[in-house]
Ligand binder design. Structure first.
Ligand SMILES: Nc1ncnc2c1ncn2[C@@H]1O[C@H](COP(=O)(O)OP(=O)(O)OP(=O)(O)O)[C@@H](O)[C@H]1O
Length: 238
């Protein structure tokens, strides 16, 4: 499934070095599908690509346009369109209670404190999480914290949701619940994960290998090619 043109993500000749080592060199990519997975080995460049798309990293060369915004020239406007869910909820949550965490994002969208508090509580209640409004975040489990992080992003109504390894601390029921929530989102979603099964119903999977696109297309084919490469490389190991 694809989406309207102004909601595309277009990378044109993007180069990026990390720690003085080239990672991406002239990477071009056009992403229009609603559900896109990123797979690849540790250090392949998945997180770096997500960070280029959300403007946390800027390309050394080339350009990236995300839903009509060029990430260098319009970087300040990106948080209004792009929600980024970190691998570790501890890196995202900054406020002591659930209501405050959601209200912060709402204040960034222009609401005053009272409006943001009311809207945050209503959003938590609408997602069966009313109890978290005044709960100390430290008392939530890792899975619940991850859930709260997602709600804190969704409450701002971004048009694009980026997820970087969101399953690392989730048990199977939480993972299934989480995937159900992702599947129901109207937003475009790009997710990096080592859990390949979660991409079965995605529209497209991109396999990144050493900063290059190793395969790109239907999940079944791309994942099969990646698995085969992994099997082959283990076979070659001493
Ligand atoms: N904060 C950072 N500062 C400098 N270099 C980094 C940083 N994070 C990652 N890198 C480097 O960028 C390259 C790509 O890393 P990246 O995190 O994008 O890969 P990844 O595919 O997300 O890996 P993983 O599956 O382990 O999360 C690696 O060589 C890594 O050492």
């Amino acid at each position: 499934m694809t989406q309207p043109g102004d909601r595309n993500i277009v990378l044109s000749g993007v180069s990026l070095a990390r720690q003085d080592r080239p990672l991406f060199a002239g990477l071009s990519l056009d992403i229009a599908e609603l559900r896109v997975g990123l797979i690849g080995d540790n250090g392949a460049g998945k997180s770096s690509l997500l960070r280029l798309i959300n403007g946390l990293l800027l390309p050394d060369a080339g350009a990236i346009v995300v839903h009509g915004l060029e990430t260098k020239a319009q970087r300040a406007s990106l948080p209004g369109k792009v929600g980024f869910i970190f691998q570790n909820p501890e890196h995202q949550i900054v406020f002591p209670t659930g209501a405050e965490e959601l209200a912060f994002g709402l204040r960034c969208t222009g609401m005053n404190s009272k409006q943001a508090d009311v809207a945050a509580r209503a959003f938590l209640a609408a997602h069966d999480c009313a109890d978290w409004a005044d709960t100390s975040v430290g008392e939530l489990s890792d899975g619940q914290k991850q859930h709260l992080c997602i709600l804190a992003i969704l409450v701002m109504m971004p048009s694009l949701v980026l997820l970087d390894e969101p399953f690392s601390s989730l048990d199977l029921p939480s993972r299934m619940k989480f995937m159900k929530m992702i599947a129901a989102l109207p937003q475009q979603v790009i997710m990096a994960s080592h859990d390949l099964d979660v991409f079965a119903n995605f529209d497209r999977v991109i396999w990144i290998d050493g900063g290059k696109i190793a395969a790109d297309g239907a999940p079944a084919q791309v994942i099969a090619a990646y698995r085969q490469r992994c099997v082959d490389s283990i076979g070659r190991a001493p």
